[in-house]
Design a protein around this ligand. Structure first.
Ligand code: V47
Length: 377
């Protein structure tokens, strides 16, 4: 790949961005103030070009997708997150809990064929304890040894460990022994305490999320990380959030991917009580680009098509993203909150989105190894 670094300043029209462009060309780390500038400048294409430069340096044109299945083992949740449209309280006709057998049956359905990753996050339900998860993981692994188990947000793990009256370490060790292999990045929301008090009263704080992630990483369990944006947060809260993730990654190296999550406004209390508009395309692209530039130590940045649409996710590949996530099959959290995207995309549709955007489509497993195209897409 030719070294484009000396030419980076050419792509920037805002003179205030020139020092940032020089830092990126020199491979220097960006500061809190640089992060604020990336959010505040009107020169979005300049920010995007800088992010694209870093993406090309790290990954060339290679762009990943995965055959994945989303499931939530329960929607019952005793925590009260104002942005969530998915949660149900006991007695709600929508409330459900899936047994291990239900989940195995879901994976036997034709739409789950070829799935390599089972991604599960769910509510905080006091009746579920460690034995439920051990049983679940063992049965799924016995039936589908090839499916990678990616389960629990960091707050979920903390909750179910406390609910089982054991330490997070003991909970994690028992889950890993039963088949857990990695964790998704949800539940981080925004780390700033003042914003958390307004959008997720009673949810565990940033320290808990980061502490549990560190425990996972120290025990060799990779995790992802996310940030929920597009609600009442300000740029300084987002920069603070990203730098807290970067600091942990410096110490552990355990984050595989970062996913900016665009707030979906429908059927949730936050959307009802505040005048919040859906995120726009430029805001979504900026989140991807800023993440690529600030999170210089997180290898993969996803453009999550479910929340920002397939077309914009394609554009996100030129703004720093190198991963379109996966086939999904059935998604509840974003769709209950108003996401208008399809419930699933086929592997061939994902590959086409990538190649038509000018990139090289690579089907991956959960740990970003390229997988052979054995099954018809
Ligand atoms: O934990 C909840 C967030 C997360 C809303 O790790 C909302 O590969 C937007 O974590 N609008 C679930 N977001 C999604 C998630 C995820 C997605 C894609 C890839 C990965 C990964 C993880 O979504 C929740 C919460 O943080 N969320 N409600 C909402 N209304």
């Amino acid at each position: 790949m030719p070294d484009a670094a000396p030419h980076l300043e050419r792509f920037v029209t805002d003179p205030d961005l020139l020092p940032v462009a020089r830092k990126i060309a020199a491979g220097e780390r960006l500061s809190f103030e640089d992060g604020l500038l990336l959010y505040q400048t009107g020169d979005l294409t300049g920010v995007g070009a800088l992010a694209h430069h870093v993406r090309l340096q790290k990954h060339g044109l290679r762009t990943y997708y995965v055959a994945s299945r989303r499931l939530s083992y329960t929607n019952i949740c005793y925590t009260h997150c104002q942005f969530c449209a998915f949660q149900a309280k006991p007695g709600d006709p929508r409330a459900y809990v899936l047994s291990a057998e239900d989940i195995v049956r879901e994976l036997e359905k034709p739409e789950s064929r070829g799935v390599r990753e089972l991604h599960m996050v769910a509510g905080h339900y006091p009746k579920l304890k460690i034995e439920y998860f051990e049983d679940l993981f063992r049965k799924v692994k016995a039936a589908f040894p090839q499916i990678h188990l990616k389960v629990f947000t960091m707050v979920e793990m903390d909750y179910y460990a406390r609910n089982s009256r054991i330490s997070v370490e003991a909970f994690l060790d028992r889950c890993v022994a039963a088949g857990l292999e990695s964790c998704p990045g949800g539940g981080a929301e925004i780390f700033d305490e003042g914003i958390r008090e307004q959008i997720c009263i009673g949810k565990k704080d940033a320290e808990t999320w980061l502490r549990v992630a560190e425990i996972c990483h120290r025990r060799g369990v990779p995790t992802n990380c996310t940030m929920l944006y597009g609600h009442i947060e300000k740029p300084e809260h987002k920069v603070d959030h990203l730098l807290r993730l970067r600091e942990l990654q410096d110490r552990t190296g355990g984050f595989l991917a970062y996913i900016p999550l665009a707030y979906q406004v429908e059927d949730n209390e936050l959307g009802r009580t505040h005048e919040i508009h859906e995120t726009t395309g430029t805001a979504d692209l900026r989140e991807i680009a800023v993440a690529r530039l600030l999170l210089d130590n997180v290898p993969h940045i996803k453009a999550y098509w479910v929340m920002i649409t397939e077309g914009l996710a394609q554009v996100g590949l030129s703004y720093g993203a190198n991963d379109l996530d996966g086939t999904i099959v059935e998604e509840e959290i974003a769709h209950r909150a108003g996401a208008k995207t399809p419930q699933a995309l086929s592997r061939s549709e994902l590959a086409r989105l990538i190649t038509e955007a000018g990139f090289e489509a690579v089907e991956r497993d959960n740990l970003y190894h390229e997988v052979p195209q054995a099954l018809p897409a």
